[in-house]
Design a protein around this ligand. Structure first.
Ligand SMILES: NC(=O)c1ccc[n+]([C@@H]2O[C@H](COP(=O)([O-])OP(=O)(O)OC[C@H]3O[C@@H](n4cnc5c(N)ncnc54)[C@H](OP(=O)(O)O)[C@@H]3O)[C@@H](O)[C@H]2O)c1
Length: 359
């Protein structure tokens, strides 16, 4: 039997980090204009780290005319690439004292150590610390000196997309939060930073680090990185156990995902359905009406509660303190799935994919 009803026992709302609602503080505007960037004129932004996000933030800021310094350790393998991109590079000890705004473009797990090693002794009095995701604030790992402002600008996409959209004159939305503003400059710095990297050409939404963290973790676990891969690997295995060649199963269940996701991204679910064949649409709607048998909402709710209660972050921190023992085992097991070999064979038909897209 199929059902299109919402489920039975939708929990009653209790206090959550989401109570602030949806607050659009700036809609799409061309730019950035000199007025947008004025709060950072004559100031220096230090970007600590030159990885996925750091590369895009540093290059977009510099291309918008903001004085930008990339802080990297002497031994950093990223130094040649940052210098090649025309950016000023210095060690954290040399760069951080110059920063009016210091962005932590390093993995969340090292925010605490970066704070203790470099921000506490070297940050300029009254400077503002910027994070790109709220996790370290949410867990309390990042706890900067009381005289420092703390803000978040979390672009909703990977650094490669942030850079590519900046270059093509568009942008991606960003979530902005002002966690602490002792000197009164934190809000204007955060907005100027968000606009300088191109996000003002899309929407800037004010939120809190707690709301951004909970929604971000849940979205990536339930859907984007966890749920999608769980679903496609289960579907792949069901096809293969019925005799379907692994490469064909990969092509149908995984490879074609991109075309569909691109349609959903640009047009939404109904727009995607309008663009596919009637056969595909009929099957898609049958599955959608039966979704409560396919997806266990009790499990999803438990996952969200575990995130809201901080249990997920504690489990990850425990594992990190044990040298990532669980993570390394789980990663190795996942890499051994049959679909990985099938994927290599299918991608081998499209050698241009290996070039990637680093922006
Ligand atoms: N990845 C994404 O798509 C994404 C999306 C939204 C938000 N974010 C957020 O953006 C932030 C950065 O994430 P990311 O994925 O861009 O990180 P990442 O690519 O892993 O960052 C790598 C950079 O961090 C530096 N680094 C690592 N450990 C360090 C340490 N102990 N001390 C100093 N530098 C260190 C590395 O230095 P070396 O050059 O010396 O190796 C490298 O330059 C995080 O808060 C993340 O949650 C990421």
């Amino acid at each position: 039997m199929t059902s299109d009803s919402q489920t039975d026992s939708t929990p009653s709302p209790t206090a959550t980090p989401f109570s602030g609602g949806w607050r659009l503080i700036a809609g799409p505007t061309p730019g950035p204009t000199p007025e947008d960037l004025a709060p950072l004129a004559g100031r220096t932004v230090v970007v600590v780290g030159y990885g996925n996000q750091g590369r895009a933030h540093a290059r977009n800021l510099a291309d918008s005319g903001i004085s930008t310094v990339v802080a990297l350790r002497d031994e950093s393998p990223s130094r040649p690439e940052a210098i090649e991109a025309g950016l000023e590079v210095a060690t954290p000890e040399a760069a951080i004292p110059r920063g009016d705004l210091v962005l932590l473009a390093v993995p969340d797990r090292v925010h605490g150590v970066v704070d203790r090693t470099w921000l506490v002794p070297h940050a300029k009095s009254g400077a503002v610390v910027g994070v790109l995701h709220g996790h370290s604030i949410h867990t309390g790992e990042l706890s900067p000196r009381k005289d420092l402002g703390v803000v978040m600008v979390a672009p909703k996409g990977p650094g490669t997309t942030l850079r590519a959209r900046y270059l093509d004159g568009t942008g991606i939305p960003a979530l902005v939060s002002i966690e602490r503003d002792p000197s009164g400059t934190a809000r204007e710095f955060a907005l100027a930073w968000a606009r300088a990297i191109g996000c003002g050409r899309s929407g800037l939404v004010e939120t809190t680090a707690a709301a951004e963290t909970a929604s971000d973790l849940f979205g990536e676990q339930a859907v984007l990185c966890g749920g999608v891969l769980a679903m496609i690997s289960s579907a792949f295995e069901v096809l293969v156990e019925r005799g379907c060649p692994a490469e064909l199963a990969y092509l149908e269940c995984i490879h074609e995902l991109k075309q569909v996701v691109d349609l959903v991204y640009a047009r939404g679910p109904s727009g995607m359905r309008a663009a596919i064949s009637e056969t595909a649409e009929f099957g898609a709607l049958e599955v959608w009406r039966d979704r409560d048998r396919m997806i266990d909402r009790t499990w999803l709710r438990e996952r969200l509660e575990s995130i809201l209660a901080g249990e997920f972050s504690r489990r990850m921190a425990d594992d990190q303190s044990r040298g990532d023992a669980w993570l390394r085992t789980a990663r190795r097991d996942a890499e051994r799935q049959d679909l990985e070999a099938a994927g290599r064979a299918v991608r081998g038909l499209m050698p241009w994919l290996a070039k990637g897209d680093r922006g």
